[in-house]
Structures are given as C-alpha cells and as structure tokens.
Design a protein around this ligand. Structure first.
Ligand code: ZN
Length: 148
C-alpha cells in the first residue's frame, strides 16, 4: 500500500452495487468477498475503498485513513473513498448506514485526516459510472459540502 498525504481534500461516496447487509456477521462476509474480488480479479494489493459501511451501522476499514485507495482514478491520492454496501439505485441506505457515513466523515475531520473545508462528491461526479446509485446520489447532494 502507498502512504497518503493527509489531510485530504475530497470525500468520495460509493455503493458496492452488490448485496446489502444488516448484521455484523453478514457485513463481515460482504467485506471479505469484496476484498477477495479486488485482490484476485483486479489484482490490487487490498480492497480499493478506504472504508466500507454496512446497514448494520458499522464502519469496516479498508485501506483506512493513511493509505492511497483504488476507488476513483485521479482522486485516489487526495481522497477518502467510503462505500456503502448494497445497491442504492432505487432505495437509500438505511438511517444507521447514512449516520455511520456522516460520523465517519466528522471523525476524519476531527482527527485531521480530512480537511475541514473538504469537498464531498459521488463517484459519478469523477468517473463515468452510475455509482453510488440514483437514489443515494440524490441524498448525498443534500449533505454538507457536496459539490458536483
Ligand atoms: Zn463507486
């Protein structure tokens, strides 16, 4: 993994476009499946996201605060990539997952890993992708510091 210079400017929101999970055990299984896919099929050194969030309300660490992720080309070295597990094209992540994302961002700012004047974006704002799903994208547009 490559060390990342912090604090970063961007927070990029994703969905995994896979199955949702609502218990800690099913979310751990999901994280491991995604990690295996990124490492075996994509031949990356680790799961691409900085963090993953489940509808169990927990945050799962991927590359974490201080390693460069593989989730948004051109933005990886100056961003934290947070992916909510599930497909949010027609539904939103539940309140527990949304709150976990917001708390994680606040935590990153407090700890000095994210600039207090950070810019929030959806993956689709920086790459040709549907991610993080239409419904969830419309929600994050209303969150603080969002800029398309
Ligand atoms: Zn994405």
């Amino acid at each position: 993994r490559t060390a990342m210079t912090t604090p970063v400017t961007y927070v990029i929101i994703h969905h995994t476009a896979g199955a949702a999970c609502s218990s800690q055990s099913s979310c751990i299984t999901q994280v491991k499946n995604i990690q295996n896919y990124h490492m075996n099929s994509n031949t990356w050194c680790d799961v691409g996201y900085s963090f993953l969030v489940g509808e169990d309300g927990n945050v799962y660490e991927g590359r974490g605060w201080t390693s460069v992720g593989a989730h948004a080309p051109n933005y990886n070295s100056d961003s934290i990539g947070i992916s909510v597990m599930g497909t949010f094209t027609n539904i939103n992540p539940n309140t527990a997952a949304q709150n976990a994302v917001k708390n994680l961002i606040s935590c990153g700012v407090t700890k000095g890993y994210i600039k207090s004047a950070y810019i929030l974006k959806g993956h689709r704002n920086v790459s040709a992708t549907e991610c993080p799903g239409n419904t969830f994208y419309n929600t994050i547009k209303t969150w603080p510091r969002f800029q398309a």
